[in-house]
Design a protein around this ligand. Sequence first.
Ligand code: AMP
Length: 568
Amino acid sequence: MLVGIDLGTTNSLCACYMDGKPVLIPNRLGEKLTPSVVAVNEENQILVGKTAHEYGLLHPERCASRFKRTMGQDRVYTLGDQKFQSEELSGFVLRSLKEDAEVYLKEEVTEAIISVPAYFNDKQRKATKRAGELAGLKVSRIINEPTASALAYGIGESGKSERCMVFDLGGGTFDVTILEYYKNIMEVYAIAGDNFLGGEDFTDLLRDEFIKRKGFEGRVMDLTSYINIRKAAESCKRGLSGSDSSVMRVNIGGISYEETFDSGECEELFEPLLEKLRKPMEKSLRDAKITLKDLDRIILVGGGTRLPAVRNYLHKITGFYPEYYLDPDTSVAVGAAIQCAMKERDKQVDEVILTDVCPFTLGTEVVKDNGAFEVPGHYLPIIERNTVIPVSKTETVCTAHENQKYVTVKVLQGESRVASNNLLLGELTVEVPVGPKGKESVEITYTYDINSLLEVEVKVLSTGEKKKVIIQDEENRISEEEAEQRLERIQYLKQNPREDEENILVMFRAERIYEECSIADQNRIADKINEFETAMRTKTRIEADSVRKQLHELLDELENRNDRGFLA
Ligand code: AMP
Protein backbone atom coordinates (compact mmCIF):
# COMPACT_ATOMS: atom_id res chain seq x y z
CA MET A 1 0.00 0.00 0.00
CA LEU A 2 1.18 3.49 -0.87
CA VAL A 3 0.56 6.40 1.52
CA GLY A 4 1.25 10.13 1.42
CA ILE A 5 3.11 11.61 4.38
CA ASP A 6 3.53 15.20 5.45
CA LEU A 7 6.68 15.12 7.58
CA GLY A 8 6.34 18.48 9.32
CA THR A 9 8.58 20.44 11.65
CA THR A 10 5.98 20.49 14.40
CA ASN A 11 3.54 17.76 13.37
CA SER A 12 3.43 14.95 10.88
CA LEU A 13 0.55 13.04 9.37
CA CYS A 14 -0.31 10.35 6.95
CA ALA A 15 -3.08 10.07 4.36
CA CYS A 16 -4.09 7.69 1.64
CA TYR A 17 -6.50 7.61 -1.27
CA MET A 18 -9.48 5.32 -0.76
CA ASP A 19 -12.86 4.98 -2.45
CA GLY A 20 -12.19 7.92 -4.68
CA LYS A 21 -11.12 10.39 -2.03
CA PRO A 22 -8.20 11.31 0.21
CA VAL A 23 -8.48 9.94 3.75
CA LEU A 24 -6.52 11.16 6.77
CA ILE A 25 -5.20 8.30 8.87
CA PRO A 26 -5.58 8.68 12.65
CA ASN A 27 -2.68 7.76 14.89
CA ARG A 28 -2.77 5.35 17.84
CA LEU A 29 -4.33 8.02 20.03
CA GLY A 30 -7.07 8.57 17.49
CA GLU A 31 -5.60 11.96 16.54
CA LYS A 32 -4.70 13.02 13.03
CA LEU A 33 -1.56 14.98 13.94
CA THR A 34 1.46 13.26 15.44
CA PRO A 35 3.91 15.76 16.95
CA SER A 36 7.33 15.38 15.31
CA VAL A 37 8.94 14.69 18.65
CA VAL A 38 11.13 11.76 19.71
CA ALA A 39 12.30 10.78 23.19
CA VAL A 40 14.31 7.90 24.63
CA ASN A 41 13.27 6.69 28.09
CA GLU A 42 15.53 5.18 30.76
CA GLU A 43 14.93 1.70 29.32
CA ASN A 44 16.17 2.90 25.93
CA GLN A 45 12.71 2.64 24.51
CA ILE A 46 11.80 5.10 21.78
CA LEU A 47 8.79 7.32 22.36
CA VAL A 48 7.22 9.25 19.50
CA GLY A 49 4.62 11.99 19.18
CA LYS A 50 2.47 13.25 22.02
CA THR A 51 3.89 10.69 24.46
CA ALA A 52 7.43 11.79 23.64
CA HIS A 53 6.40 15.41 24.04
CA GLU A 54 4.82 14.74 27.44
CA TYR A 55 7.86 12.74 28.58
CA GLY A 56 10.13 15.52 27.31
CA LEU A 57 8.47 18.09 29.57
CA LEU A 58 9.99 16.31 32.54
CA HIS A 59 13.07 14.95 30.78
CA PRO A 60 14.07 17.55 28.18
CA GLU A 61 17.58 16.07 27.93
CA ARG A 62 16.03 12.87 26.59
CA CYS A 63 13.80 14.49 24.01
CA ALA A 64 14.24 16.11 20.58
CA SER A 65 11.89 18.19 18.47
CA ARG A 66 12.08 20.50 15.46
CA PHE A 67 14.80 18.29 14.00
CA LYS A 68 13.49 18.83 10.48
CA ARG A 69 15.39 22.12 10.61
CA THR A 70 18.68 20.23 10.58
CA MET A 71 17.77 17.58 8.04
CA GLY A 72 20.78 16.66 5.93
CA GLN A 73 23.21 18.31 8.34
CA ASP A 74 25.78 16.64 10.57
CA ARG A 75 24.14 17.83 13.77
CA VAL A 76 23.93 15.08 16.36
CA TYR A 77 21.16 14.93 18.98
CA THR A 78 22.03 13.22 22.24
CA LEU A 79 19.07 11.66 23.98
CA GLY A 80 20.18 9.96 27.18
CA ASP A 81 23.17 7.90 26.13
CA GLN A 82 21.99 7.54 22.52
CA LYS A 83 23.07 9.71 19.63
CA PHE A 84 20.98 10.39 16.55
CA GLN A 85 20.96 12.43 13.39
CA SER A 86 17.90 14.26 12.19
CA GLU A 87 17.13 11.66 9.56
CA GLU A 88 17.12 8.90 12.17
CA LEU A 89 14.78 10.85 14.42
CA SER A 90 12.54 11.48 11.41
CA GLY A 91 12.78 7.76 10.72
CA PHE A 92 11.21 7.05 14.11
CA VAL A 93 8.34 9.42 13.38
CA LEU A 94 7.81 7.77 10.00
CA ARG A 95 7.94 4.32 11.56
CA SER A 96 5.26 5.29 14.00
CA LEU A 97 3.05 6.69 11.20
CA LYS A 98 3.61 3.54 9.16
CA GLU A 99 2.53 1.31 12.07
CA ASP A 100 -0.59 3.39 12.65
CA ALA A 101 -1.47 3.31 8.97
CA GLU A 102 -1.06 -0.46 8.88
CA VAL A 103 -3.44 -0.94 11.79
CA TYR A 104 -5.96 1.49 10.29
CA LEU A 105 -5.79 0.07 6.77
CA LYS A 106 -5.38 -3.54 7.90
CA GLU A 107 -2.63 -4.08 5.37
CA GLU A 108 1.09 -3.62 5.07
CA VAL A 109 2.32 -0.17 4.10
CA THR A 110 5.49 -0.47 2.10
CA GLU A 111 5.72 2.67 0.04
CA ALA A 112 5.30 6.37 0.64
CA ILE A 113 5.30 9.73 -1.04
CA ILE A 114 6.82 12.18 1.41
CA SER A 115 6.53 15.95 1.18
CA VAL A 116 9.37 18.38 1.82
CA PRO A 117 9.59 22.18 1.74
CA ALA A 118 10.11 23.35 -1.82
CA TYR A 119 13.31 25.03 -0.75
CA PHE A 120 14.94 21.84 0.55
CA ASN A 121 18.19 21.21 -1.27
CA ASP A 122 19.37 17.95 -2.64
CA LYS A 123 21.04 16.88 0.61
CA GLN A 124 17.90 17.54 2.63
CA ARG A 125 15.76 15.64 0.13
CA LYS A 126 18.09 12.66 0.18
CA ALA A 127 18.15 12.68 3.98
CA THR A 128 14.33 12.62 3.93
CA LYS A 129 14.42 9.65 1.60
CA ARG A 130 16.81 7.85 3.90
CA ALA A 131 14.57 8.61 6.88
CA GLY A 132 11.82 6.78 4.99
CA GLU A 133 14.11 3.85 4.30
CA LEU A 134 15.09 3.67 7.96
CA ALA A 135 11.38 3.34 8.72
CA GLY A 136 11.10 0.47 6.25
CA LEU A 137 9.39 2.53 3.57
CA LYS A 138 10.28 2.75 -0.08
CA VAL A 139 10.06 6.44 -0.84
CA SER A 140 8.72 6.44 -4.36
CA ARG A 141 8.65 10.19 -4.67
CA ILE A 142 9.49 13.32 -2.77
CA ILE A 143 6.86 15.96 -3.47
CA ASN A 144 7.14 19.67 -2.74
CA GLU A 145 4.75 20.73 0.00
CA PRO A 146 3.25 23.63 -2.00
CA THR A 147 2.68 21.40 -5.01
CA ALA A 148 0.82 18.99 -2.73
CA SER A 149 -1.28 21.84 -1.32
CA ALA A 150 -2.13 23.07 -4.79
CA LEU A 151 -3.39 19.58 -5.61
CA ALA A 152 -5.48 19.59 -2.44
CA TYR A 153 -6.97 22.98 -3.38
CA GLY A 154 -7.89 21.50 -6.73
CA ILE A 155 -5.78 23.90 -8.73
CA GLY A 156 -6.61 23.13 -12.32
CA GLU A 157 -9.63 20.99 -11.48
CA SER A 158 -11.84 23.30 -13.50
CA GLY A 159 -9.69 22.53 -16.53
CA LYS A 160 -8.88 26.23 -16.90
CA SER A 161 -5.31 27.36 -16.74
CA GLU A 162 -4.48 29.04 -13.44
CA ARG A 163 -1.50 30.68 -11.90
CA CYS A 164 -1.22 30.65 -8.16
CA MET A 165 1.03 31.51 -5.29
CA VAL A 166 1.19 28.97 -2.49
CA PHE A 167 2.10 30.68 0.74
CA ASP A 168 3.18 28.09 3.25
CA LEU A 169 4.09 29.14 6.77
CA GLY A 170 4.72 26.03 8.83
CA GLY A 171 6.06 25.68 12.34
CA GLY A 172 9.65 26.20 11.34
CA THR A 173 9.84 26.85 7.62
CA PHE A 174 8.42 29.31 5.15
CA ASP A 175 7.96 28.65 1.44
CA VAL A 176 6.50 30.59 -1.41
CA THR A 177 5.87 28.83 -4.67
CA ILE A 178 4.53 30.07 -7.95
CA LEU A 179 2.68 27.34 -9.78
CA GLU A 180 0.90 27.25 -13.06
CA TYR A 181 -1.65 24.74 -14.18
CA TYR A 182 -1.95 24.59 -17.93
CA LYS A 183 -3.29 21.79 -20.16
CA ASN A 184 -3.09 19.14 -17.47
CA ILE A 185 0.41 20.12 -16.48
CA MET A 186 1.18 21.57 -13.08
CA GLU A 187 4.36 23.48 -13.41
CA VAL A 188 6.44 24.94 -10.62
CA TYR A 189 7.64 28.31 -11.88
CA ALA A 190 9.63 29.54 -8.98
CA ILE A 191 10.34 28.75 -5.40
CA ALA A 192 11.70 30.90 -2.66
CA GLY A 193 11.66 30.70 1.08
CA ASP A 194 13.32 30.82 4.41
CA ASN A 195 14.26 27.59 6.17
CA PHE A 196 14.52 29.40 9.46
CA LEU A 197 11.23 31.25 9.70
CA GLY A 198 7.96 29.81 10.93
CA GLY A 199 5.00 30.02 13.28
CA GLU A 200 7.23 29.10 16.21
CA ASP A 201 9.11 32.37 15.82
CA PHE A 202 5.86 34.25 16.46
CA THR A 203 5.38 32.26 19.66
CA ASP A 204 8.97 33.02 20.71
CA LEU A 205 8.31 36.74 20.15
CA LEU A 206 5.23 36.64 22.37
CA ARG A 207 7.13 34.73 25.05
CA ASP A 208 9.98 37.26 25.00
CA GLU A 209 7.56 40.18 25.11
CA PHE A 210 5.82 38.67 28.14
CA ILE A 211 9.17 38.13 29.89
CA LYS A 212 10.08 41.74 29.12
CA ARG A 213 6.80 43.24 30.28
CA LYS A 214 6.86 41.28 33.51
CA GLY A 215 10.43 42.35 34.28
CA PHE A 216 11.81 38.78 34.20
CA GLU A 217 14.53 39.72 31.77
CA GLY A 218 18.03 38.92 32.93
CA ARG A 219 16.77 36.86 35.87
CA VAL A 220 17.70 33.22 36.15
CA MET A 221 14.60 31.20 35.47
CA ASP A 222 14.14 27.48 36.06
CA LEU A 223 13.35 25.34 33.05
CA THR A 224 9.78 24.56 34.14
CA SER A 225 8.86 28.25 34.36
CA TYR A 226 10.45 28.89 31.01
CA ILE A 227 8.56 25.99 29.41
CA ASN A 228 5.32 27.16 31.03
CA ILE A 229 5.76 30.68 29.68
CA ARG A 230 6.38 29.26 26.20
CA LYS A 231 3.26 27.09 26.49
CA ALA A 232 1.20 30.08 27.58
CA ALA A 233 2.60 32.09 24.67
CA GLU A 234 1.53 29.36 22.25
CA SER A 235 -2.04 29.25 23.55
CA CYS A 236 -2.20 33.04 23.63
CA LYS A 237 -1.11 33.11 19.97
CA ARG A 238 -3.76 30.55 19.07
CA GLY A 239 -6.34 32.61 20.95
CA LEU A 240 -5.67 35.47 18.57
CA SER A 241 -7.12 33.57 15.62
CA GLY A 242 -10.57 33.47 17.22
CA SER A 243 -10.80 36.90 18.78
CA ASP A 244 -9.45 40.44 18.84
CA SER A 245 -7.45 39.91 21.97
CA SER A 246 -5.95 37.06 23.91
CA VAL A 247 -4.80 36.71 27.50
CA MET A 248 -1.49 35.14 28.39
CA ARG A 249 -1.63 33.67 31.87
CA VAL A 250 1.17 31.91 33.73
CA ASN A 251 1.43 30.75 37.30
CA ILE A 252 4.97 31.05 38.59
CA GLY A 253 6.06 30.40 42.15
CA GLY A 254 2.54 30.81 43.47
CA ILE A 255 1.93 34.10 41.71
CA SER A 256 -0.37 34.40 38.75
CA TYR A 257 0.96 36.65 35.99
CA GLU A 258 -1.35 37.91 33.28
CA GLU A 259 -0.97 40.00 30.18
CA THR A 260 -3.53 40.82 27.50
CA PHE A 261 -2.41 41.12 23.92
CA ASP A 262 -4.78 42.68 21.41
CA SER A 263 -4.54 42.06 17.69
CA GLY A 264 -3.36 45.61 16.91
CA GLU A 265 -0.41 45.49 19.26
CA CYS A 266 0.43 41.98 18.11
CA GLU A 267 0.57 43.12 14.51
CA GLU A 268 3.03 45.76 15.63
CA LEU A 269 4.99 43.27 17.70
CA PHE A 270 5.10 40.80 14.83
CA GLU A 271 6.13 43.47 12.31
CA PRO A 272 9.80 42.34 12.02
CA LEU A 273 8.70 38.75 11.30
CA LEU A 274 5.93 39.86 8.91
CA GLU A 275 8.46 41.95 7.00
CA LYS A 276 10.62 38.84 6.60
CA LEU A 277 7.73 37.22 4.69
CA ARG A 278 7.84 39.88 2.01
CA LYS A 279 11.24 39.18 0.48
CA PRO A 280 10.72 35.54 -0.54
CA MET A 281 7.37 36.56 -2.07
CA GLU A 282 9.01 39.25 -4.15
CA LYS A 283 11.84 36.94 -5.10
CA SER A 284 9.48 34.20 -6.26
CA LEU A 285 7.57 36.63 -8.49
CA ARG A 286 10.80 38.05 -9.88
CA ASP A 287 12.18 34.58 -10.61
CA ALA A 288 8.90 33.55 -12.26
CA LYS A 289 9.14 36.76 -14.30
CA ILE A 290 5.61 37.79 -13.41
CA THR A 291 3.94 40.40 -11.24
CA LEU A 292 1.11 40.15 -8.74
CA LYS A 293 -1.36 41.07 -11.50
CA ASP A 294 -0.55 37.82 -13.29
CA LEU A 295 -1.67 35.70 -10.35
CA ASP A 296 -5.15 34.17 -10.15
CA ARG A 297 -5.07 32.88 -6.60
CA ILE A 298 -3.08 32.92 -3.40
CA ILE A 299 -3.58 29.90 -1.21
CA LEU A 300 -2.50 29.60 2.38
CA VAL A 301 -1.10 26.50 4.00
CA GLY A 302 0.77 25.68 7.19
CA GLY A 303 -0.48 26.27 10.73
CA GLY A 304 1.25 29.66 10.88
CA THR A 305 -1.23 31.12 8.38
CA ARG A 306 -4.00 30.78 10.98
CA LEU A 307 -2.62 33.91 12.57
CA PRO A 308 -4.83 36.84 11.51
CA ALA A 309 -1.78 39.13 11.56
CA VAL A 310 -0.28 37.04 8.76
CA ARG A 311 -3.49 37.05 6.68
CA ASN A 312 -4.01 40.78 7.16
CA TYR A 313 -0.43 41.53 6.24
CA LEU A 314 -0.77 39.46 3.08
CA HIS A 315 -3.95 41.25 2.08
CA LYS A 316 -2.31 44.59 2.79
CA ILE A 317 0.72 44.00 0.60
CA THR A 318 -0.92 42.04 -2.24
CA GLY A 319 -4.54 43.24 -2.39
CA PHE A 320 -5.59 39.58 -2.68
CA TYR A 321 -8.01 37.81 -0.40
CA PRO A 322 -5.95 34.71 0.25
CA GLU A 323 -7.79 31.37 0.31
CA TYR A 324 -7.64 29.26 3.42
CA TYR A 325 -10.76 27.13 3.41
CA LEU A 326 -8.88 23.85 3.79
CA ASP A 327 -7.41 22.89 7.14
CA PRO A 328 -3.84 24.21 6.86
CA ASP A 329 -2.58 21.40 9.06
CA THR A 330 -3.72 18.68 6.72
CA SER A 331 -3.79 20.04 3.17
CA VAL A 332 -0.24 18.91 2.38
CA ALA A 333 -0.99 15.33 3.41
CA VAL A 334 -4.23 15.42 1.40
CA GLY A 335 -2.25 16.58 -1.64
CA ALA A 336 0.33 13.85 -1.09
CA ALA A 337 -2.52 11.30 -1.01
CA ILE A 338 -3.90 12.70 -4.29
CA GLN A 339 -0.42 12.32 -5.73
CA CYS A 340 -0.47 8.67 -4.55
CA ALA A 341 -3.68 8.17 -6.51
CA MET A 342 -2.07 9.71 -9.57
CA LYS A 343 0.86 7.40 -9.22
CA GLU A 344 -1.45 4.43 -8.95
CA ARG A 345 -3.51 5.97 -11.75
CA ASP A 346 -6.68 5.79 -9.81
CA LYS A 347 -9.51 6.23 -12.24
CA GLN A 348 -11.07 8.91 -10.05
CA VAL A 349 -8.18 11.26 -10.52
CA ASP A 350 -7.22 12.53 -13.91
CA GLU A 351 -3.54 12.36 -14.17
CA VAL A 352 -1.92 15.73 -13.75
CA ILE A 353 1.68 15.83 -14.78
CA LEU A 354 3.85 17.55 -12.24
CA THR A 355 7.01 19.28 -13.16
CA ASP A 356 9.61 20.61 -10.83
CA VAL A 357 12.33 23.20 -10.84
CA CYS A 358 15.96 22.96 -9.93
CA PRO A 359 16.40 24.90 -6.71
CA PHE A 360 19.99 26.09 -7.29
CA THR A 361 22.01 27.41 -10.18
CA LEU A 362 24.43 24.89 -11.67
CA GLY A 363 27.49 26.15 -13.49
CA THR A 364 31.22 25.97 -13.94
CA GLU A 365 34.38 27.96 -13.30
CA VAL A 366 35.89 30.02 -16.12
CA VAL A 367 38.70 32.49 -16.65
CA LYS A 368 37.60 35.98 -17.75
CA ASP A 369 39.71 38.19 -19.89
CA ASN A 370 39.14 41.77 -18.87
CA GLY A 371 41.27 43.19 -21.69
CA ALA A 372 44.37 43.84 -19.61
CA PHE A 373 44.76 40.48 -17.89
CA GLU A 374 43.00 37.21 -17.19
CA VAL A 375 40.94 36.87 -14.04
CA PRO A 376 40.37 33.29 -12.95
CA GLY A 377 37.68 31.97 -10.65
CA HIS A 378 34.58 33.35 -12.39
CA TYR A 379 31.32 31.47 -12.19
CA LEU A 380 29.53 30.71 -15.43
CA PRO A 381 25.92 29.63 -14.76
CA ILE A 382 24.71 26.90 -17.12
CA ILE A 383 21.34 25.92 -15.65
CA GLU A 384 19.83 28.87 -13.85
CA ARG A 385 18.01 28.54 -10.55
CA ASN A 386 14.29 27.85 -10.95
CA THR A 387 14.63 26.40 -14.44
CA VAL A 388 11.91 23.82 -14.98
CA ILE A 389 13.32 20.30 -14.97
CA PRO A 390 14.02 18.01 -16.77
CA VAL A 391 16.33 20.34 -18.67
CA SER A 392 19.44 20.19 -20.80
CA LYS A 393 21.62 23.24 -21.46
CA THR A 394 24.90 23.69 -23.32
CA GLU A 395 27.62 26.34 -23.03
CA THR A 396 30.78 26.58 -25.09
CA VAL A 397 34.07 27.65 -23.51
CA CYS A 398 37.54 27.90 -25.07
CA THR A 399 41.09 27.37 -23.92
CA ALA A 400 42.36 30.11 -21.64
CA HIS A 401 46.12 29.65 -21.97
CA GLU A 402 48.75 29.20 -24.69
CA ASN A 403 49.51 25.54 -25.39
CA GLN A 404 46.92 24.28 -22.95
CA LYS A 405 46.83 20.46 -22.88
CA TYR A 406 43.72 19.84 -20.79
CA VAL A 407 40.46 21.49 -19.97
CA THR A 408 39.05 20.74 -16.51
CA VAL A 409 35.38 21.39 -16.01
CA LYS A 410 34.44 22.03 -12.39
CA VAL A 411 30.79 21.27 -11.74
CA LEU A 412 29.51 23.85 -9.28
CA GLN A 413 26.23 24.57 -7.52
CA GLY A 414 25.33 27.97 -6.08
CA GLU A 415 24.57 31.59 -6.77
CA SER A 416 27.86 33.39 -6.09
CA ARG A 417 29.73 35.18 -8.88
CA VAL A 418 32.93 33.89 -7.31
CA ALA A 419 33.31 30.25 -8.32
CA SER A 420 35.05 29.17 -5.11
CA ASN A 421 32.09 30.35 -3.01
CA ASN A 422 29.90 27.76 -4.67
CA LEU A 423 29.66 24.09 -3.85
CA LEU A 424 31.93 21.81 -5.88
CA LEU A 425 29.92 18.77 -7.00
CA GLY A 426 32.53 17.13 -9.22
CA GLU A 427 35.17 17.56 -11.93
CA LEU A 428 35.77 16.31 -15.45
CA THR A 429 38.99 16.67 -17.48
CA VAL A 430 39.40 16.30 -21.26
CA GLU A 431 42.50 16.46 -23.41
CA VAL A 432 42.64 19.18 -26.12
CA PRO A 433 45.08 19.59 -29.04
CA VAL A 434 47.88 21.99 -28.09
CA GLY A 435 47.62 25.39 -29.75
CA PRO A 436 47.25 29.11 -29.21
CA LYS A 437 44.97 30.37 -26.46
CA GLY A 438 41.31 30.50 -27.44
CA LYS A 439 41.70 28.16 -30.43
CA GLU A 440 40.13 25.06 -28.96
CA SER A 441 36.47 25.05 -28.00
CA VAL A 442 34.78 22.71 -25.59
CA GLU A 443 31.04 22.19 -25.30
CA ILE A 444 29.69 21.60 -21.81
CA THR A 445 26.21 20.10 -21.51
CA TYR A 446 24.39 19.84 -18.19
CA THR A 447 21.32 17.64 -18.09
CA TYR A 448 19.28 17.72 -14.90
CA ASP A 449 16.52 15.15 -14.60
CA ILE A 450 13.34 14.92 -12.54
CA ASN A 451 15.11 12.88 -9.84
CA SER A 452 17.69 15.63 -9.37
CA LEU A 453 20.45 13.66 -11.04
CA LEU A 454 22.89 15.83 -12.97
CA GLU A 455 24.65 14.48 -16.02
CA VAL A 456 27.59 16.45 -17.34
CA GLU A 457 28.97 15.92 -20.82
CA VAL A 458 32.07 17.61 -22.16
CA LYS A 459 32.85 17.52 -25.88
CA VAL A 460 36.02 18.80 -27.59
CA LEU A 461 34.72 20.30 -30.82
CA SER A 462 37.84 19.81 -32.96
CA THR A 463 38.40 16.13 -32.12
CA GLY A 464 34.88 15.08 -31.22
CA GLU A 465 36.16 13.47 -27.99
CA LYS A 466 33.43 13.20 -25.38
CA LYS A 467 33.40 12.48 -21.66
CA LYS A 468 30.42 12.06 -19.47
CA VAL A 469 29.83 11.88 -15.72
CA ILE A 470 26.75 11.54 -13.54
CA ILE A 471 27.08 13.68 -10.46
CA GLN A 472 25.87 12.11 -7.28
CA ASP A 473 26.15 13.33 -3.79
CA GLU A 474 29.23 11.26 -2.87
CA GLU A 475 29.78 12.86 0.50
CA ASN A 476 26.25 12.20 1.53
CA ARG A 477 26.06 8.63 0.33
CA ILE A 478 26.44 5.85 2.79
CA SER A 479 27.74 2.42 1.97
CA GLU A 480 25.36 -0.50 1.95
CA GLU A 481 27.15 -1.86 4.97
CA GLU A 482 26.68 1.37 6.90
CA ALA A 483 23.03 1.56 5.87
CA GLU A 484 22.54 -1.96 7.18
CA GLN A 485 24.23 -1.13 10.48
CA ARG A 486 22.13 1.97 10.96
CA LEU A 487 18.96 0.10 10.21
CA GLU A 488 19.92 -2.60 12.69
CA ARG A 489 20.72 -0.08 15.41
CA ILE A 490 17.43 1.67 14.90
CA GLN A 491 15.51 -1.54 14.94
CA TYR A 492 17.19 -2.64 18.12
CA LEU A 493 15.79 0.45 19.79
CA LYS A 494 12.23 -0.64 20.33
CA GLN A 495 9.38 1.76 19.97
CA ASN A 496 6.90 1.35 22.78
CA PRO A 497 3.95 -0.93 21.93
CA ARG A 498 1.22 1.11 20.28
CA GLU A 499 -1.64 -0.47 22.24
CA ASP A 500 -0.15 0.84 25.53
CA GLU A 501 0.25 4.37 24.23
CA GLU A 502 -2.73 6.01 25.96
CA ASN A 503 -1.81 4.45 29.31
CA ILE A 504 1.83 5.42 29.04
CA LEU A 505 0.85 8.96 28.08
CA VAL A 506 -1.49 9.45 31.05
CA MET A 507 1.12 8.09 33.47
CA PHE A 508 3.82 10.49 32.14
CA ARG A 509 1.40 13.33 32.48
CA ALA A 510 0.45 12.30 36.00
CA GLU A 511 4.12 12.01 36.96
CA ARG A 512 4.89 15.50 35.66
CA ILE A 513 1.94 17.22 37.28
CA TYR A 514 2.42 15.27 40.54
CA GLU A 515 5.92 16.70 40.93
CA GLU A 516 4.60 20.21 40.70
CA CYS A 517 1.66 19.90 43.10
CA SER A 518 0.95 20.55 46.76
CA ILE A 519 0.83 17.50 49.08
CA ALA A 520 -2.98 17.51 49.11
CA ASP A 521 -3.18 17.45 45.35
CA GLN A 522 -0.42 14.85 45.17
CA ASN A 523 -2.61 12.60 47.29
CA ARG A 524 -5.54 13.10 44.94
CA ILE A 525 -3.35 12.12 41.97
CA ALA A 526 -1.90 9.13 43.81
CA ASP A 527 -5.39 7.86 44.69
CA LYS A 528 -6.56 8.17 41.11
CA ILE A 529 -3.42 6.43 39.82
CA ASN A 530 -4.06 3.59 42.24
CA GLU A 531 -7.61 3.30 41.05
CA PHE A 532 -6.43 3.34 37.42
CA GLU A 533 -3.77 0.68 37.97
CA THR A 534 -6.26 -1.55 39.77
CA ALA A 535 -8.79 -1.06 36.98
CA MET A 536 -6.18 -2.06 34.40
CA ARG A 537 -5.43 -5.25 36.28
CA THR A 538 -8.91 -6.30 37.29
CA LYS A 539 -11.55 -4.53 35.24
CA THR A 540 -12.67 -4.59 31.64
CA ARG A 541 -11.01 -2.42 29.04
CA ILE A 542 -14.01 -0.08 28.95
CA GLU A 543 -13.91 0.44 32.72
CA ALA A 544 -10.15 1.04 32.70
CA ASP A 545 -10.62 3.58 29.88
CA SER A 546 -13.22 5.37 31.95
CA VAL A 547 -10.85 5.67 34.95
CA ARG A 548 -8.10 6.90 32.62
CA LYS A 549 -10.47 9.59 31.42
CA GLN A 550 -11.15 10.63 35.02
CA LEU A 551 -7.43 10.78 35.70
CA HIS A 552 -6.98 13.08 32.68
CA GLU A 553 -9.81 15.29 33.95
CA LEU A 554 -8.19 15.59 37.36
CA LEU A 555 -4.88 16.44 35.70
CA ASP A 556 -6.57 19.06 33.48
CA GLU A 557 -8.04 20.68 36.58
CA LEU A 558 -4.73 20.71 38.46
CA GLU A 559 -2.71 21.81 35.47
CA ASN A 560 -4.92 24.79 34.92
CA ARG A 561 -4.63 26.10 38.42
CA ASN A 562 -1.47 24.86 40.04
CA ASP A 563 1.46 26.92 41.23
CA ARG A 564 4.29 25.49 39.28
CA GLY A 565 7.81 26.73 38.66
CA PHE A 566 9.52 29.69 40.23
CA LEU A 567 11.84 32.51 39.41
CA ALA A 568 15.18 32.58 41.17
P1 AMP B 1 2.81 23.19 10.77
O1 AMP B 1 4.30 22.99 10.73
O2 AMP B 1 2.22 23.52 9.45
O3 AMP B 1 2.12 22.09 11.51
O4 AMP B 1 2.54 24.51 11.62
C1 AMP B 1 2.54 24.53 12.98
C2 AMP B 1 2.52 25.98 13.40
O5 AMP B 1 1.20 26.50 13.31
C3 AMP B 1 2.98 26.19 14.82
O6 AMP B 1 3.91 27.24 14.87
C4 AMP B 1 1.70 26.58 15.53
O7 AMP B 1 1.96 27.46 16.60
C5 AMP B 1 0.92 27.27 14.45
N1 AMP B 1 -0.52 27.29 14.73
C6 AMP B 1 -1.35 26.25 14.89
N2 AMP B 1 -2.61 26.66 15.18
C7 AMP B 1 -2.58 28.00 15.22
C8 AMP B 1 -3.55 29.03 15.47
N3 AMP B 1 -4.82 28.74 15.75
N4 AMP B 1 -3.15 30.32 15.41
C9 AMP B 1 -1.87 30.62 15.13
N5 AMP B 1 -0.91 29.71 14.89
C10 AMP B 1 -1.24 28.42 14.93
